[in-house]
Design a binder for this molecule. Structure first.
Ligand code: C2E
Ligand code: CA
Ligand code: CA
Length: 629
């Protein structure tokens, strides 16, 4: 029996069986008295009472939630014994009465045996190991009895009984198969054959109750495949399904019978370990177990002629006697798994309270961010960009959030939350509108920049109304000359989308006069071919490379490579995060065009930028005469 729910079903039948034995049993005492076999009848009834008491005890002993697997198995063995015994007793009374012709008792005996067979085939239908032998125990004596009559009608009845037994076995077996199939489907994932979410949650609920009694520990793993979506998107769902099946098989093979495995949906799996009696051992084991599992999952996949490489992010959570429910434990494992993703995927993270606090902090930020615009907490800063002569030729607009509770929250922290919640659309529009206002205002004040860069997040870029919104702001605030100075900085993550979509989105904006810059270049997924295809004018060398000039030869090499590549593609280059004279000189020597960083200035208030500009403005000769304002 593989399903614990069937135990509960069989437990309920105990009472019915006791009732059906004790009450009609009294009639058999009376019949025994009529026929002068009262002593055997009383002994028989005494046995019925004894076995019923045994059944009653079994009925009360059953506590599915608190019983360990082992205790359940032992209970089940006793239960099987109960059913065998009680039906054997009914066979006994049959044997006792089938030869009694007085009061035609043999008719009653025959009916009793047929009735008992029907009862057995219905009550025990959920368990083949029970109803099969019990039906044989009940029907064989009947068949033998008819046969031993020695008359032709006896042989006929004997054959009929064999047929009847066959029908009972066949119909019970059919119902049994159907019940099994239904249960199987309700509890399993149809693609991989692993348990499904519903089952594992129920399983864990029972497990948690048991752990509270036993003081044992188990661990759960939440496994999410990295970049699985890419496989589905590029190779199709058929291959995706085959990969999932292979992953499920590897997990199953690795876990053996000691763990319970489920597919929660998509590319998410969960594993629940067996019980351990020390929390420390449990933790150690879970880490070792996960590390090997990661290796198992990372071995190359060969599917329909494709060599595929996968990795996974695993969150681990210890489950002990904390009074929480299963979904809470799964959620905590999920938080740990997300942290593993955030730390670069292909890793294992053990859930802890700090993590949970961080998640809470993020949720709090998420809640407050919602009101940030309304409460005027969002402001813009402008970081100067200078040319080789260190004259200000542009700026990058950087957003700041000043919250009364949290103080200044870094955009590095809240932009991704805004992206996750979709708030980035509203926030992004606000930033664009405010930035355009500044650009116009500066122009009126005689601050003429060559370029004016605004960061655009991927989510914003691919939002359906993005181009329309930008167009509206352009019309409202800018003229042709000004819009040509606007540069949208996008990151390499836009390249995850399909090329066609990127290019058509960019073309519409380019039609307005807006240029594009590839931000954080060299840290993501760019390939040379995509650089050639998408219409960008500028590359920004990521500050992580610039920051290590003079320290790491490989970072310097990265910079020189990016700069010479940009040169080949005729792209303008901006180095960001320039903090020292040495870095500036290195970049100058390698022919970088534009520079940005604390060495020149941090991001400034609008008014401070104006002052800064006036000190370092570009002095252009006008009609041959140098002029100053
Ligand atoms: P980013 O686009 O790479 O922006 C450059 C970041 O580098 C800015 O941080 C800037 O203050 C910092 N930085 C500039 N020079 C130096 C330097 O010399 N040394 C060091 N250590 N840092 C320097 P910030 O303002 O905290 O912005 C962080 C990130 O937040 C930005 O990275 C960008 O991805 C995002 N972000 C900022 N403003 C916006 C915005 O308006 N919209 C969107 N979508 N994202 C934004
Ligand atoms: Ca940027
Ligand atoms: Ca950057």
């Amino acid at each position: 029996m593989n399903n614990q729910r069937f135990y509960a079903f069989l437990q309920r039948q105990i009472l019915l069986m006791i009732g059906l034995s004790l009450v009609p049993g009294l009639a058999y005492i009376f019949l025994g008295w009529l026929n002068g076999v009262i002593i055997p009848a009383l002994i028989w009834y005494g046995l019925i009472v004894t076995v019923s008491l045994f059944g009653w005890k079994l009925y009360n002993d059953f506590k599915l939630e608190q019983m360990s697997e082992k205790a359940l198995r032992s209970w089940y063995r006793k239960l099987a014994a109960f059913y065998y015994l009680i039906f054997a007793l009914w066979t006994l009374i049959f044997l006792l009465y089938c030869t009694e012709t007085g009061h035609n008792l043999h008719y009653i005996a025959i009916f009793t045996q047929i009735g008992a067979s029907v009862v057995a085939s219905t009550l025990l239908v959920s368990d083949k190991k029970l109803f099969f032998p019990v039906l044989i125990i009940l029907m064989l004596p009947l068949i033998g009895y008819f046969f031993l009559i020695g008359e032709w009608y006896g042989y006929v009845l004997s054959v009929f009984s064999v047929i009847f037994l066959g029908v009972l076995l066949y119909s019970s077996d059919n119902s049994y198969q159907l019940i099994q199939e239904n249960y199987y489907q309700a509890q399993h994932d149809s693609l991989t054959g692993l348990y499904n979410r519903r089952y594992i949650v129920e399983y864990m609920e029972r497990l948690i109750q048991r752990l509270q009694v036993s003081d044992n520990f188990v661990y759960i793993l939440l496994i999410d495949l990295d970049h699985f979506k890419t496989i589905n998107d590029t190779l199709g769902h058929d291959i995706g399904d085959k990969v999932l099946k292979e992953v499920a098989m590897r997990i199953k093979r690795y876990c053996g019978t000691t763990h319970t495995i489920a597919r929660l949906g998509g590319d998410e799996f969960t594993i629940v370990s067996g019980e351990h009696n020390s929390s420390f051992d449990c933790k150690e084991l879970s880490i070792n177990f996960s590390e090997t599992l990661l290796q198992v999952l990372k071995a190359p996949y060969m599917i329909d002629g494709h060599h595929l490489y996968l990795s996974a992010s695993i969150g681990i959570n210890g489950v002990g006697n904390r009074a929480t429910d299963a979904s809470h434990f799964i959620k905590e494992a999920d938080i740990a798994m997300y942290e593993a993703k955030a730390q670069g995927r292909d890793g294992i993270i053990l859930f802890n309270e700090d993590l949970s606090k961080r998640v809470e902090y993020h949720l709090e930020i998420e809640r407050r961010l919602y009101f940030a615009l309304e409460h005027n907490e969002i402001a813009l800063r402008y970081q100067p960009q200078v040319n080789k002569q260190q004259e200000v030729i542009g700026c990058e607009v950087l957003v700041r959030w000043n919250n009364p509770e949290f103080g200044f929250v870094s955009p590095a922290e809240f932009i991704f939350i805004a992206e996750k919640t979709g708030l980035i659309i509203e926030l992004g529009n606000y930033i664009i509108e405010e930035a355009f206002k500044t650009l116009r205002e500066w122009n009126a004040k005689g601050i003429h920049l060559e370029q004016f860069s605004i960061n655009i997040s991927v989510r914003q870029f691919f939002h359906s109304s993005f181009a329309e919104d930008v167009e509206r702001f352009v019309k409202k605030y800018l003229n042709n000359e000004l819009v040509n100075k606007v540069v949208f900085e996008v990151t390499e993550t836009i390249l995850i989308e399909d090329m066609h979509r990127i290019i058509s989105a960019m073309k519409r904006l380019k039609g307005l006069g807006i240029g594009f810059s590839m931000d954080d270049f060299g840290t993501g997924y760019s390939s040379l071919s995509s650089l050639r295809e998408i219409p960008i004018e500028e590359l920004k060398v990521d500050r992580s490379f610039v920051g290590r000039v003079g320290e790491h030869r490989s970072d310097e090499l990265m910079i020189t490579t990016i700069l010479s590549m940009a040169n080949i593609f005729k792209l303008k280059t901006v180095a960001e995060g320039v903090e020292t004279e040495e870095q500036f000189q290195f970049l100058l020597k390698n022919n970088c065009d534009i520079f940005q960083g604390f060495y020149f200035s941090k991001a400034l208030h609008k008014e401070d930028f104006e002052d800064y500009y006036l000190k370092r403005r570009v002095v252009r000769p006008l009609k041959g005469i140098a002029y100053e304002i």
